[in-house]
Design a protein around this ligand. Structure first.
Ligand SMILES: [Fe+2]
Length: 241
């Protein structure tokens, strides 16, 4: 499996708090069957995590990979960001302040939980107009989709892909995210499931259980598509639709 949303980079956001935590998160991911992780620190969040990309981030990704190699932990960490929808994202990509997932054509974009449908479409259209593919991070957690999960059809028609959190499927965020996630999965409206892991203790990078749940409740083929095939296409910058 491949995890396209994980706060595994140490000491940059509210995810991993140290290199030891990062290594333990990687070990847990490997034990659950994950072979590649895109590090997606929060960024472009005004007044909180700006985290504009720099040589320091590249160095951290390299340092983590070097340690994993030295310890024989068979997983590769790729560069990425979870970009908060604020201001001119495209301009910041052009300025190399924001980056795509493993330098592909895919952007992981998160929105305020109370985002309006209008604001969501505005961002999706501005990103697709520049030839990038927006992957909307955990829409099942936004109030809009919690109340009306079928609204997700519109953003997919507008060119966005949908990433669901493993914790939402397992019910860890409460009724509405679980209900919306179930609706997306039952109607094949999700494109990825990722951990959105923040630590090795809670919201972990363990994807084994969610893979099992999707196999049991939907199909083995769909579990593979969400957790393996589509994420690998992002890493390799291959077309999904
Ligand atoms: Fe996240």
């Amino acid at each position: 499996m491949f995890d396209i949303h994980c706060h595994i980079l140490p000491c940059v956001d509210d995810g991993s708090g140290s290199m030891i935590d990062s290594v333990e998160m990687a070990e847990l991911a490997v034990c659950s069957g994950t072979g590649g992780i895109i590090a997606t620190p929060h960024c472009n969040v005004p007044g909180a995590f700006e985290n504009f990309w720099s040589a320091e981030f590249d160095a951290k990704v390299k340092e983590l990979n070097d340690i994993l190699l030295k310890r024989n932990i068979p997983v590769t960490v790729y560069p990425g960001q979870e970009i908060f929808a604020y201001g001119d994202i495209i301009e910041r990509i052009k300025n190399n302040e924001l980056i795509t997932l493993n330098n592909s054509g895919y952007l992981l974009v998160e929105f305020d939980f109370s985002v309006s449908e209008r604001e969501l479409f505005k961002y999706i259209q501005s990103i697709t107009a520049e030839g990038y593919v927006p992957i909307v991070a955990h829409p099942e957690r936004y109030f809009l989709f919690g109340e009306a999960p079928e609204t997700v059809r519109g953003i997919r028609s507008a060119g966005a892909l949908v990433q669901v959190n493993s914790s939402s499927i397992m019910g860890n965020f409460g009724y509405y995210p679980e209900h919306a996630a179930s609706y997306f999965l039952a109607n094949q409206l999700a494109d990825f499931v990722a951990s959105d892991a923040h630590s090795q203790y809670s919201r972990t990078p363990d994807l084994f259980q969610v893979h099992e749940i999707i196999c049991e409740n939907y199909s083995y083929e769909y579990a593979d598509l969400l957790l393996d095939e589509n994420p690998l296409k992002v890493i390799n910058n291959k077309e999904i639709r």
